[in-house]
Design a protein around this ligand. Structure first.
Ligand SMILES: [Zn+2]
Length: 278
């Protein structure tokens, strides 16, 4: 599957980064923002509805659309590829998963360190109207429960993070933060929103200090996350690509494995560590 000298190098790796995109979850049947929805929502363009502007205009409509997406995501199960990524923790001292997916499937499969560049559909946070935030005279108050910017500073002294965690994305009215009263929204990166700078720094640092990076099922078209494999390559790390189609990385990678995540990753583990993912 890969050359013996690369296998040898992989077995000696101390810190491995696994960078995953939509292709990772393809065999789990996960729809993405860019997929065409079915039925009721088929005519809605995700790029029109998964935006801060759309939420400000019609929070309920945007909430309902995410409930529809979450319905499919919550039925999905980790595939053999997710299981193989989690099993890497048995062979490599330190594994950092960096994902562009919002489906929680790496954690469900057992991966312990997961940097979710695009957030998590099942988690909520306060909606912050960035336009209003930067035009206001008063300095904003950060709600200690939801980490959103509070509408007023009369926080409920009895509300805690567990109160927020108990509120889920499900059909019904858009909920409010129990502490600051702000409208809640899914904790995902919408179109037109920047990635969390702290999280991106963590991802860059991991890519720049790892010994090897496996890049799985990402088309590498979305900057700045797409630079991760090159940050690893430039520091001399081994970079293995797993993708059914070739990308701009394929020629530069140490090895490029053509195939889907669920079929290819268990084979990679078997050939390098002599193990089959359960
Ligand atoms: Zn709050």
């Amino acid at each position: 599957m890969i050359a013996p000298d690369l296998q040898e190098r992989l077995r000696a790796v101390r810190h491995l980064v696994v960078f995953t995109g939509a292709g990772m979850s393809a065999e789990s049947g996960i729809p993405t923002f860019r997929d065409r929805a079915k039925g009721l929502w088929a005519k809605v363009d995700p790029a029109e509805v998964a935006t801060p502007h759309a939420f400000k205009k019609n929070p309920q409509f945007v909430w309902d659309w995410h409930v529809h997406l979450a319905d499919a995501v919550s039925r999905a199960r980790p595939n053999e590829g997710h299981a193989a990524v989690a099993r890497l923790q048995e062979f490599v001292p330190r594994v950092t998963v960096i994902t562009q997916n919002i489906d929680n499937l790496h954690q469900a499969a057992g991966s312990r360190t997961v940097i979710e560049l695009h957030g998590n559909l099942m988690r909520l946070k306060a909606f912050v109207d960035v336009d209003e935030l930067f035009s206001g005279d008063a300095s904003p108050v950060i709600c200690r429960i939801c980490n959103g910017y509070a509408i007023d500073d009369e926080l409920d002294p009895y509300a805690g993070p567990e109160d927020l965690a108990a509120i889920e994305l499900h059909a019904g009215s858009v909920p409010h933060c129990p502490a600051c009263g702000a409208l809640l929204r899914p904790d995902v990166v919408w179109f037109g929103e920047p990635l969390d700078p702290g999280m991106l720094d963590d991802a860059f640092l991991a890519a720049e200090t790892c010994d090897a990076l496996i890049c799985i099922g990402t088309s590498l078209e979305v900057e700045p996350a797409a630079t991760l494999p090159w940050r690893a390559l430039n520091r001399g790390a081994l970079v293995i690509e797993v993708n059914p189609v070739s990308t701009q990385l394929s020629q530069s990678a140490s090895a490029s494995l053509s195939g889907g995540a669920a079929a290819t990753l268990p084979l990679l583990l078997q050939s390098v560590w002599g193990s089959v993912a359960r």
